[in-house]
Design a protein around this ligand. Structure first.
Ligand code: C2E
Ligand code: CA
Ligand code: CA
Length: 719
């Protein structure tokens, strides 16, 4: 069984999914990068701002230090003012007045002479001590950095000042006081304050040798290194000088969390879109499946349809040329009539019952199709020999002929089946369908035959028809075709004994096939639907001949052309532009059978244009005699069948209805032509009963253009 190709859905889905995944992956990655970039940018701005704070702090601290230095030195210098009056009492009061903690007065040996700190009187600095270093340095003044004093271990900032006589002052300010004062400017404290603002995870200050000076927080950075990553570095300057680098760090954990958030958000969007896509694809798939069912299956029976059959054969015929495969085409002859009589619903009931019966007799490999409204096709796969096919054909006939009892009573269906064996035929799907259709048509035309196997004779016939069709198509295109031409048979006016026009008869003659009867090639043209184009050409040739006759001096000579029933059935008949009224139309009586009114209406239009109409083969099919006065025609053409009976020994003269036809026609105002008149006797008989015109071998066979002109000149004389 044929199915919708799932690949058609799966492959685009896969491609879209891959493209989509890549797109999602890159956009998530991008967002993460962007996030990092933002983080670094923010960190950089923060770091820059903090570096300014640090710069300011350093500058402030320096100013304070300088002030302090000044204070210590000025205290020492004030001591100078009391030269030679130094005493412990003086230093005591100075320390109070100048707000310094300790004042020492040393002699040139570096021994404390006076001080406000009693325990240090007579204390002498050992070698290498900062005091003895100053003593031997010979410098005027010196300020130390904060340090522990060597005796008590207290933190102090000391300054020295040398007098003219070599004695010197040492002033000390306790570090806790200094700390109180400049403590807020310590780097560590600054970093902690920055950290407290919560904008950064970790902040550190490195000196120019890249050594860690201070860092925020209590945990040492070195121990928690893996938890952070560097996000910004900004130099810290004091004045023009770079004094170190401020580095900001972000928590790896935080970054991971925000990254995960982005990944989760992105993935959710991706999944949602993927689900939406899946849903759309699913909807399309089911829609396609529905359309596919509509396109390839018969809705009533559920059987695959004609289009499916074509595809099925396309796939199977060439692949399995050596396999025993056959096509059955089954037509239900009278179902259309039942539909008309009992309504379509009843027909449908029968079809659905029949579908069930089919299922019971088909084997696994056999495939059934609803070929048409009233036709089924079966492709039989893997039978043994022709006998199997005969049995199956009988079986099919059996199930169809078994009466159908529905709500409207029992009905009998009469099947016509064509069978085509595919093995070794090397044919295309088109030919196969044509052939089996042809076989079915052969069965159809004979009401006593139920099935026909396509055979060589039919094949030969179809090949010939195919050839003729191609020749005709070529001739239609070729304006001056020598293979297709018209012959003209004159009509004799019995009253004047002169020619009253010609009937144009189409001719086809090829080197390969010789002369082909119009009975044959007209049927081919009708079957292949090229009859309108051919009819067009016939009109064109006939009209051209009327012009030629006019040139020869016969401007009023008319030519009747034969019009096929199929041509008449077309909505836009005649389908060619009528140039004048010199070309007349002959239509056969049988075309009136199916659609009297519409044909009659078309004939009326033509007559309004001045075109004369002949009713050909009158008396054969359906008798128009009863409705003769309704018919839009000018002339009756009595069929050759009736003419042939004139003078036949076994025909009773009273049985001849020709006189009745003639008088009836005349009463209705119609002319009468007798066709196929071959003998003097026939002519005399027709003359006697008032027939207007005769046409036939007795007077003249159909003639070529030149012969027709010569004959016209001979019979009618130069006009
Ligand atoms: P039709 O229209 O009844 O044409 C009369 C046929 O009888 C012609 O055969 C003509 O040659 C033949 N015929 C004429 N007088 C006699 C006679 O005395 N004895 C005998 N035995 N036959 C005679 P043709 O030309 O073979 O045409 C056969 C049919 O083919 C025509 O029957 C017509 O139905 C069709 N046909 C011919 N030409 C055309 C055409 O141009 N268009 C169409 N649509 N059909 C055409
Ligand atoms: Ca005719
Ligand atoms: Ca005829």
């Amino acid at each position: 069984m044929k199915k919708i190709n799932l690949k058609l859905f799966f492959i685009p889905f896969l491609i879209i999914t891959i493209v989509f995944s890549l797109f999602s992956y890159y956009s998530i990655e991008n967002r993460i990068k962007e996030n990092l970039h933002h983080l670094e940018k923010d960190a950089f701005i923060i770091a820059k701002n903090y570096s300014k704070v640090l710069t300011k702090s350093f500058e402030a601290k320096e100013v304070i230090n300088e002030l302090l230095d000044d204070k210590i030195l000025s205290a020492a210098r004030i001591g100078e003012l009391y030269q030679d009056r130094e005493s412990n009492i003086l230093l005591n009061s100075l320390s109070e007045r100048l707000n310094v903690d300790e004042i020492y007065f040393y002699d040139t040996n570096g021994k404390v002479i006076y001080t406000n700190i009693e325990e240090f009187i007579d204390w002498q600095a050992p070698e290498g001590h900062p005091v003895s270093n100053f003593k031997i340095s010979g410098e005027k003044q010196y300020i130390e950095e904060i340090r522990k004093d060597t005796v008590r271990g207290l933190l102090l900032k000391y300054g020295y000042y040398r007098l003219e006589n070599g004695n010197f002052y040492q002033i000390g300010v306790k570090a806790e006081n200094i700390q109180d004062f400049v403590g807020t400017f310590e780097i560590k404290e600054l970093l902690d304050q920055i950290y407290m603002q919560g904008l950064v995870e970790k902040i550190a200050f490195y000196d120019n040798q890249k050594l860690l000076v201070a860092e925020s927080g209590t945990l040492s950075f070195e121990d928690t290194k893996e938890d952070y990553f560097h996000s910004a570095d900004v130099p810290v300057t004091v004045g023009e000088e770079i004094i170190g680098t401020l580095s900001l760090f972000q928590s790896v954990e935080d970054f991971k969390t925000s990254t995960n958030k982005i990944i989760i958000q992105g993935s959710i969007i991706f999944l949602m879109l993927l689900l939406a896509l899946l849903w759309v694809m699913r909807t399309i798939y089911y829609q396609s499946k529905r359309y596919y069912k509509l396109a390839y299956f018969d809705q009533k029976t559920g059987f695959p349809n004609y289009d499916y059959l074509v595809e099925y054969l396309n796939e199977n015929i060439s692949e399995n040329e050596d396999k025993n495969q056959a096509i059955f085409l089954i037509s239900l002859r009278n179902i259309k009539k039942l539909n008309l009589a009992y309504g379509f619903k009843h027909g449908e009931e029968i079809i659905s019952e029949l579908s069930k019966r089919f299922k019971n007799i088909l084997k696994n490999n056999d495939q059934i199709f609803k070929y048409n409204v009233d036709q089924f096709a079966i492709v039989v796969d893997g039978y043994n020999d022709k006998n199997d096919l005969l049995i199956l054909a009988e079986q099919i006939v059996g199930i169809i002929e078994e009466p159908f009892s529905g709500t409207l009573g029992s009905h009998y269906i009469n099947p016509a089946i064509g069978v085509l064996e595919l093995k070794g035929r090397h044919c295309t799907t088109d030919t196969a369908i044509n052939n089996v259709f042809h076989a079915m048509t052969q069965a159809k035309v004979n009401p006593y035959i139920n099935f026909v196997f396509f055979d060589e004779k039919m094949e030969k016939k179809l090949r010939r028809e195919d050839k003729i069709e191609r020749i005709l198509r070529k001739a239609i295109k070729d304006k001056d075709s020598e293979e297709f031409y018209l012959e003209y048979q004159p009509k004799l006016d019995l009253k004047t004994n002169k020619i009253s026009g010609f009937e144009a008869l189409a001719r086809l003659k090829t080197e390969e096939l010789g002369q082909i009867s119009p009975f044959e090639f007209i049927k081919v043209a009708e079957k292949s639907l090229i009859i309108t184009d051919l009819g067009n050409k016939i009109y064109y040739l006939a009209h051209k001949f009327t012009k030629k006759l006019a040139n020869e001096g016969f401007p009023k000579e008319k030519i009747a052309i034969n019009i096929s029933g199929i041509q008449l059935a077309y909505e836009d008949f005649p389908g060619f532009e009528i140039k004048d009224d010199l070309v007349e139309f002959e239509i056969t009586e049988s075309v009136l059978l199916d659609n009297f009114d519409s044909v009659n209406e078309k004939l009326s239009e033509l007559r309004n244009k001045g075109i004369k109409i002949y009713l050909d083969d009158f008396g054969t099919g359906f008798s128009s005699l009863a409705r003769l006065n309704e018919l839009n025609i000018d002339t009756l053409k009595i069929d050759k069948y009736f003419i042939d009976r004139i003078g036949q020994t076994d025909v009773n003269k009273k049985e001849l209805i020709i006189p009745d036809i003639i008088s009836m026609a005349h009463k209705t105002g119609l002319n009468v032509v007798a066709e196929g008149v071959e003998t003097e006797e026939q002519k005399e008989y027709l003359l006697k009963y008032g027939c207007d015109l005769i046409q036939g071998y007795y007077y003249s066979k159909p003639l070529s253009e030149e012969a027709a002109i010569d004959f016209l000149k001979k019979e009618n004389g130069n006009a």
